[in-house]
Design a protein around this ligand. Sequence first.
Ligand code: FEO
Ligand code: CA
Ligand code: CA
Ligand code: CA
Length: 595
Amino acid sequence: ASFARGGSSGLPFTPIAPVDASVDAFTVPDGYAWRPVIRWGDPLFSSAPVFDIDAQTPEAQAAQFGYNCDYLDIIAEPNRRRGVLVCNHEYVNPTIMFPPSTDPAELRRRGDIYKAAQGMSVVELERRRAGEPWGYRVDGRRNRRITVETVFELTGPAAGSPLLKTAADAEGRWVRGTLGNCAGGTTPWGTVLSGEENFNGYFAWNASTPEQRRYQANATTSTSTGWETYDPRFNANDPGYVNEPNRFGWIVEIDPDDPRSTPVKHTAMGRFKHEGANVILAPDKRVVAYMGDDERNDYLYKYVSRNRMTASRRKNRQLLSDGDLYVARFRGDSPAGEIDGSGTLPADGAFDGTGEWIPLTRNGQSAVPGMSIDQVLVYTRLAADRVGATKMDRPEDVEPNPKTGKVYVALTNNSQRGGPTAPVDEANPLTGNRFGHVIELTETGGQAGTTFGWSILLVCGDPATFAPAYFAGFPRDQVSPISCPDNLAFDSAGDLWISTDGAPSTIGRNDGLFKVPLEGAERGRVQQFLAVPRDAETCGPVIRDEEGMVFVAVQHPGENGTFEAPTSLFPDYGSTAAGDVADAPRPSVVQVMRA
Ligand code: FEO
Ligand code: CA
Ligand code: CA
Ligand code: CA
């Protein structure tokens, strides 16, 4: 096949019709085909067995592709025949990985499999010719699994803080494992950032202090993985490990080119339920990273490095250890009385206004009165509370457009909006915001500056049934319904692509991937490109329109089924062509290409 070159013209498509949430199929536009690049359990090393769901072991899983792939990047070498795939494995679904069991020894063995199935994967890719589909390479030089046992080094001003010390780490500098790795970003110096999101769910803890409660509202005595029953670091009520939860909730950085490198956790970027981090260079080559805290009524953050990116990869790896952290405050420009929670546009025709980035740290020191630098970085949510940041509707991906520098914020939904803790405001104007919205933010003070303008680009929902749905003014009857925006990406023309997580329970459709032009007459025209199978979430979109290709991570297919009664058989649908044995769904990375 030959592909048209240049911008979105490499990926012409007629939008697919929305797919009912009962359908277990991966759906692509006419003229396109799909196939997995790699699936849960595929061996990264020849030491690992061929996947057999009935013969899982911790050792096998640690050498196989992990579960619930989320963030994804496909980094091609200049010859475009070799590359590397980097992927997060956010969590596990025990009830569809295994049949029920109450045997303590078996549950412990499974716990070790869960530890090995989470974390991240680095996998070498290869193909005969540029533009062809990728295959992965068993025993590739860069192949690596990062798991809940891999050692990370803490960097930045809070490294070594008493708040980060445990019985196993008297220095407060070395952490075993990464948890809840959700979205991420690839840096201009070739490393990959990953956000530790729902780390709180892995601990048994009393949540007895205000600091703990700000990260875990209720006491928990047991977790879905059961690690707390045999590994004391997951029992935060153990006096030696009260600080263990403080060692998660960071942005981690890995070097996919060096499988022996020690991955790091960057305390300078703050601790919260990090969805991910996306980096752009300011004109002076300082690094600006945008980050969301995915919790109802939590905040949007920005990090600006002190130093500039250079040609030195070693020095660039310090850029995220030394810089200033900011949190966003939004101000609407319409009278408050016009923001009534219904989603009706105010009289000036837009949900829009200005805002500022409020410093939480400056030159390695706290900028928050009454809090030390390590308190600000470890208990970042409390620091942001103090400075009057704007409570947002669950910030997921926050991505700068490489073409324009404008920043796009996916706000996935917020059932609490309009309630006593979070009244509606112009940036979050819908009571009970069910379908989410997307904000376009313009850095009026420069990319590294402290002032911005903003407007709501999309109010999501099905325009046929939800009157407030808004598509930057584009005719509502000419767009695809969309709900619960999560991950964002851009194609080479600068068009925005949005993947969703939550459409089945909100609009009765399978989640999917959508393209949205941002400029010209097509601005706001949401067009659905693909739909993922039953109960799955669409993650990690990578748009390679120059090659006519799109990649997605299909996370938690069949999540609402059971081991005995699966609701999805994605991606093999019963085929054992690869020699695998699996009558179960397998989270997988999929490539979509011209048929
Ligand atoms: Fe793991 Fe915020 O999604
Ligand atoms: Ca307005
Ligand atoms: Ca997400
Ligand atoms: Ca989500």
